[in-house]
Design a protein around this ligand. Structure first.
Ligand SMILES: Nc1ncnc2c1ncn2[C@@H]1O[C@H](COP(=O)(O)OP(=O)(O)O)[C@@H](O)[C@H]1O
Ligand SMILES: [Mg+2]
Length: 291
């Protein structure tokens, strides 16, 4: 297919599916995630000039749907819209939110408030990772149950989401593996955050880079189970890259120990031209290799 054909197809798709502020109420007929509460939240984001047009769902999960939309400047954006009425969602997340020190003192009187906090938490986690220099969808804003972020597209094709690495493995598995280790360390040491649900199900491949998505379950480094989560993330990454892609990975415990030692070192943290953190002049991969 030529670039011209792709452009035409996208244009047609956009024309047939776009919802602007005047017809936003019609979204109710398109997908059940658009209930009145969510439509009101969308309208507010449109009035705030965050969103210009809403197209439609590109992916759905247990807790949320991801919608393709466009900002007034013409840039594609992703809306992660959390379901507001899933009993499962409430049961699964309530305890977790209450255990999070950033949200103590918050009185959760109803399910919508709970989901708003969940959405806000994902935004805050995403921001921590983004500010630490991890490649994640750039956080834009949130409102009620809607998280607004950069749309991660496949090979730059508008409205086509980048596939998960489990479906589209990286071309150069060795360097992809190292990149993920680099990101885990940047998140932990600079962002003081642990993804806690890291695996080939939450890493996408744009065709020329890997992006870590879905920061909803992330915990701060001072969380009581932080080390356990960090080890699990490292083990998942090691398992995927060694079993599926035959990369010679570092030992999980050696990586965990290096991460913890470097976190606690208290020394000056620098970054080299490839984005590796230098602590005591060393990269984590130099340290983990000598264990
Ligand atoms: N910023 C984004 N840009 C494009 N697609 C995305 C984006 N965020 C998520 N997706 C797509 O939506 C799916 C679900 O998102 P995710 O954040 O992993 O939610 P869940 O909690 O349902 O796993 C992802 O697997 C991915 O295909
Ligand atoms: Mg996910």
């Amino acid at each position: 297919m030529s670039g011209h054909d792709i452009d035409r197809i996208i244009r047609e798709r956009v024309e047939s599916r776009r919802f602007r502020i005047k017809d936003i109420d019609q979204l109710k007929t398109v997908d059940d995630v658009f209930n009145q509460y969510t439509i009101d939240a969308l309208r507010e984001l449109m009035n705030r000039r965050v969103i210009d047009e809403v197209y439609g769902p590109v992916a759905q999960g247990k807790e949320a749907k991801v919608i393709w939309a466009r900002a007034p400047d013409g840039i594609d954006i992703a809306l992660k819209i959390f379901y507001t009425s899933t009993a499962q969602f409430i049961r699964g997340r309530y305890k977790y939110l209450l255990g999070d020190p950033r949200f103590t003192g918050v009185k959760i009187s109803n399910t919508r408030k709970l989901i708003e906090y969940w959405c806000r938490k994902e935004f805050s986690n995403l921001s921590d990772a983004y500010n630490a220099g991890v490649r994640v969808p750039k956080p834009i804003t949130f409102n009620r149950n809607i998280l607004v972020m950069e749309f991660i597209s496949y090979k730059g094709v508008s409205g086509v989401p980048a596939p998960l690495i489990k479906d589209e493995p990286p071309e150069d598995p060795e360097s992809a593996y190292l990149t993920i280790i680099k990101y885990v360390e940047r998140a932990f040491i600079l962002g003081r955050i642990i993804h806690a649900d890291l695996s080939e199900f939450n890493i996408v491949n744009t065709g020329d880079e890997l992006v870590i998505i879905d920061w909803g379950s992330a915990v701060k480094a001072n969380h009581p189970n932080a080390i356990e989560f960090l080890l699990r993330d490292v083990e998942n990454v090691n398992r995927y890259f060694s079993k599926e892609l035959h990369v010679e990975v570092f030992d999980s415990k050696a990586l965990l120990n290096a991460l913890l030692r470097r976190y606690e070192s208290g020394g000056q943290v620098m970054s080299d031209e490839d984005g590796w953190l230098l602590i005591g002049g060393k990269r984590i991969i130099d340290e983990a290799a000598t264990q």
